[in-house]
Design a protein around this ligand. Sequence first.
Ligand SMILES: [Zn+2]
Length: 293
Amino acid sequence: MHNLIDKIIDVTGGQGGNSHLIIGENKTALIDCGMAYCASELINNIKEKLKDNRKLDYIFLSHSHYDHAGAIPYLRSTWPEVKVLASEHAYNIFNRSNALKLIKELGNMAGKYYGYNKQIDYDDNLLKVDQIIYDGQKVDLGNIIVSILETPGHTKCSLSFVVQNLVFFASETTGCLAKSGKINTSFINSYKDSINSFKKCENAKAKYVISQHNDFLIEIAKHDYWQKCLETTIESKEFILKLYRDGFNEEEIYEEYKNTYFDEELKLLQPDIAFEINNKAMIRTIINENTLF
Ligand SMILES: [Zn+2]
């Protein structure tokens, strides 16, 4: 077991997005790649770990957001044969020029937020999905199998990855675990999908989880992890709905939400512009889904 965990290496290039390298006997793969501004650091970290002239074969994308996909163009320039594997929704998103524009804009804003002063520029054609992967599909890296789970909720395109039923790379649908142990909810696209996704995560019965925007493994059963994700998601929903029922408008709900949830720890993980975009969308989702009934 420990052997496998040794083959899953944190190669994160900088603040705001995480990236793990998995070294199989035949293939190597990255789970997410983080933001564009820290691509060169990321590439250096990967090269340091790839021995015997091995190259990077796959990039698994948990979803299409700039802080997970932004470094793809740079990785592709370094390893031209690398294949980006993601959901069909992500494939479609990267075919939309307005989405590509937003990814670059947010990448630039985040770079500045984290103290990177150069302008980010790359060929948008490099930001694409090469192979669509589906729920239940397995990818063999050579003695290491990565299973794909569609876990929508954060976005429609959200995927989780289970490595040998041991390590579960949870999509952002489940939230982001901070070092303090607090889980920050992030169900932008659908609360209901998120609840279904939690069940799916639990059913995978993995032993450890790596949450997004973090690099440490925690034992799922010991921390009752999926239950905690569920509880914090319900808590966020109730927080929003209470204000909504009390007559607050979306902007006022957002201000209350930000004052309560955008703490110092979260500020390190997420620029305020991204927090604003994500959470305003989340508030709208909750109100819309709630008023459907
Ligand atoms: Zn995201």
